[in-house]
Design a protein around this ligand. Sequence first.
Ligand SMILES: Cc1cc2nc3c(=O)[nH]c(=O)nc-3n(C[C@H](O)[C@H](O)[C@H](O)COP(=O)(O)O)c2cc1C
Length: 202
Amino acid sequence: MIDQSAFRDALGTFVTGVTIVTAYDADGNPAGLTANSFNSVSLDPPMVLWSLSLDSRNLPVFREAKAWAVHILAADQQDLSNRFASTGVDKFDGLDCGDGPEGAPRIENCAARFGCTAKFEYEGGDHAIFLGEVVDFERTRAEPLIYHGGRYGRVMPEGSAPSEAQTAQLLADGLIAQVDGGWQLTQAGAAQLRLLRKIEHG
Ligand SMILES: Cc1cc2nc3c(=O)[nH]c(=O)nc-3n(C[C@H](O)[C@H](O)[C@H](O)COP(=O)(O)O)c2cc1C
C-alpha cells in the first residue's frame, strides 16, 4: 500500500513551472485554474497535455470546451497562481482579459501562452488528462515561476549564486532573511525587486 503523503512528497521533488489553464463555459463565462501537470507531448503536430482533478468544479467546462489555453506564469504572477488555485472566488475579477486566436480567455503578461484546440480526453485515475493541439502560441522574455515541494521559486541559472559577501550585504540591508536553512526575500527585498523589474521592463 502506497503512503499517499510520502508519494505526494516524492512527486514534489519534480520541479515544474506553474500554469493557468482557461476556457469558456457553455454560457460564455470565463473559467480557469492553476495547474502544474502541464507538459509538452508532440512537436509535429504540436500537442500539449495537462490533467484535471475529477473533483474540480471546472471538469464539465473542460470536458465541453472546444478550445483551451495554457498560460505559463511569470515569476511575478504568484498572486494570480494562488487566486486561480482557490475555489469559489471570482477568479477573473478585475482582470482585463481578451480572447486568444483559439477562442479561450487570454491572461496578460505571462512567460508563454499556448492556445489549443481540444483533441482528446483520457482517464487518469482521479484525474482527467486533456490533450490539445496548439494552434497559436506566444512567448515573452519574462522569467517563469517555479513550483517545487509545494513552494514557489524562481530559476537560478548555474553559477549565478551570490557570493558570501553579497549575501552578507543583502542580509545587512534587510533585503533577505534566513528561513528553514535557506534564504528568503523580506518584504523590503520583495518591494525592491518589484521596483527593479519595473525599471528593467519599463
Ligand atoms: C501550483 C499548483 C498546481 C496545481 N496543479 C493542478 C493540476 O495540475 N490539476 C488540478 O486539477 N489541480 C491543480 N491544482 C489545484 C487547483 O488549482 C485547485 O484545486 C483549484 O481550486 C481548482 O479550481 P476549481 O475548484 O475552481 O475547479 C494546483 C494548485 C497549485 C497551487
